[in-house]
Ligand binder design. Structure first.
Ligand code: NAG
Ligand code: NAG
Length: 271
């Protein structure tokens, strides 16, 4: 890769700063250097298709801007690890928002980010036993945005962390593309006690307990699926799990990295 001289200099001082304050972690390395607009558009080939309800909503600029709020995302570990983390994140959000089908143009995995809001939600996703994040009357906490954020207990803390009222104004997640991407990255970067963060799993910072090892919950993309929706895990050949994997495999190839171990969660106990 050919860096310009000034860029190299900036990079060098950046690396020096990183070593000085954060050890070997290249914290805050901009992900735009790993995912150009061109690559983003190749990954999300049909996101602005007329058939997609989210047409023109999910922009490259919003994604890059949102990532700046989470400087560790895509900037932790080796170049391979960093690319693989981004590919894994994009793979999971693609399944969550997929408009693909088996015989779709360019294949089922060229249709990520097609939806911004859950179609026909079966409930308002209010866990009324949660008193820390009480539901606001008349509001629906159905899936919205790239990760399809749902439930009051996720909207509340996501909003608090990102500076909006998730309980009174959950709709903003499907009306504001920057906030939409931020909620997905917030979910990815945040520990979901007792589950680790997806980020820590993908960058090798997750240390399984003995119980985790007994449950086959060891690092890899399968564990990320288990964190996002464990109901899909612990059974063979789940179509949803396979869709998540299919997206990740296509993207890993585009990033020119391998997918790493434990792609599947069919042998994992859910949390
Ligand atoms: C915001 O999104 C909701 C759906 O979640 C929609 O009904 C509403 O019209 C949108 N509001 C604005 C101002 O775009
Ligand atoms: C862990 O995986 C193995 C196969 O690799 C399987 O036989 C075993 O039942 C799994 N354990 C649990 C708790 O699911």
């Amino acid at each position: 890769m050919a860096f310009s001289a000034s860029y190299s200099l900036a990079l060098l001082s950046f690396i020096f700063f990183s070593f000085a304050s954060w050890g070997t972690e290249a914290r805050g390395f901009p992900i735009s250097s790993l995912i150009s607009k061109e690559l983003f558009d190749t990954i999300f080939l049909h996101k602005d298709n007329n058939a997609c309800p989210a047409k023109n909503f999910y922009t490259y600029d919003s994604f890059i801007k949102a990532s700046r709020c989470f400087p560790r995302f895509g900037s932790t570990g080796s170049l391979t690890t960093r690319k693989r983390e981004i590919a894994a994140f994009l793979g999971q959000i693609s399944h969550e928002t997929t408009g693909g089908w088996p015989t779709a143009p360019d294949g089922p995995y060229a249709w990520g980010l097609c939806f911004k809001e859950e179609v026909n939600p079966q409930s308002v996703y209010c866990d009324s036993s949660n008193t820390e994040w009480p539901c606001y009357p008349g509001k629906s906490y159905n899936g919205r945005g790239p990760i399809q954020l749902s439930w009051n207990f996720n909207y509340g803390p996501a909003g608090k962390a990102l500076g909006f009222d998730g309980l009174k104004n959950p709709e903003i997640v499907s009306n504001n593309s920057l906030i939409a991407f931020k909620t997905a990255l917030w979910f990815w970067m945040t520990e979901q006690n007792p589950k680790p963060s997806c980020h820590n799993v993908m960058v090798g910072r997750y240390v399984p307990t003995e119980a985790d090892i007994a449950a086959n919950r060891t690092s890899g993309y399968g564990l990320v699926t288990n964190i996002i929706n464990g109901l899909e895990c612990g059974k063979p050949n789940d179509g949803r799990v396979n869709d998540r994997i299919g997206y990740f495999q296509r993207y890993a190839k585009l990033f020119n990295v391998d997918t790493g171990p434990n792609l599947d969660c069919e042998n994992q106990k859910s949390y």
